[in-house]
Design a protein around this ligand. Sequence first.
Ligand code: HEC
Length: 261
Amino acid sequence: MIQNRHSGRRRFLEGKDCIACHGNIDEHPLGDELVHAEKFKEPEPIPGKPGFLDLQVKTSHDADNLYVRVEFDPGKQPDSAMDKDFETKVSMIIDDGSVADAKRAGCWTACHDNSASMSRGIVYITKYLNISRAPGGDPVDAEKLASLKAEGQYLEYWQARLNPGAKAVPVDGYILEKRVENEKPVVNVDATQTKAGIWTVTFTRKLVGAGPGHKDIVPGKTYNIGFSVHAGHTAKRFHYVSFERKLVLDAGEAEFVVTKN
Ligand code: HEC
């Protein structure tokens, strides 16, 4: 069936979350659909691109730090030559419950059809939250942005920029009216790759007091998280993206219950 509107749209607007429909099983087939078949959904598919990859994610903490370990096999990735500097980029987005839409859509809440490289993309618009821009794309005024930021209405993100045989480059920042990269990341990244190509990437960050633009990770709160991977030197929309998942410290209802090691 040819249609350019996602059929989950109406029920999403009525209150059904992405993962409530898509569950843990759709990331594979939807990825395949985008990469291989449905040209009206992806007008410039990368030839030979695997439609999905699986991330094995493990979490733990000690008295001071949160550890998130992401392991994956990128498979056979064609070189898209979009990002000349890095072969692979692994990202994680974190909301502490302040961003209403993040609970419902994870990473996808920051993705819009007018973001750079999307169907109505404007080159300078990166990821942003709906509350930060008017429907046409212009940001709300500086005062409003400052108060949203002060209320914690932003997504924090961490990224590991990777090349085989090279030391991983850590990046962190936040997303409100745009994606803002911190000058000096506080997240630490450790990455290794096996001969067979499997990456193991561990993000480490202080649980609390990591500084402005960083959420405190405390017991009793539910965090909304999402993961993405750019592989094969891709950039912008050409990444693997998870649906939303939840994370709690020590105890609670979530896909990731972070226990003490
Ligand atoms: C009411 C159930 C429902 C909800 C809620 C829902 N989806 Fe879907 N989604 C579907 C169905 C059914 C399809 C496949 C048919 C189609 O393409 O519309 C689909 C297809 C997709 C696709 C494949 C590309 C496409 O356009 O077909 C993506 C990506 C996707 N959904 C992402 C999301 C995201 C992100 C959310 C939350 C913001 C979401 N979905 C919420 C039912 C849903």
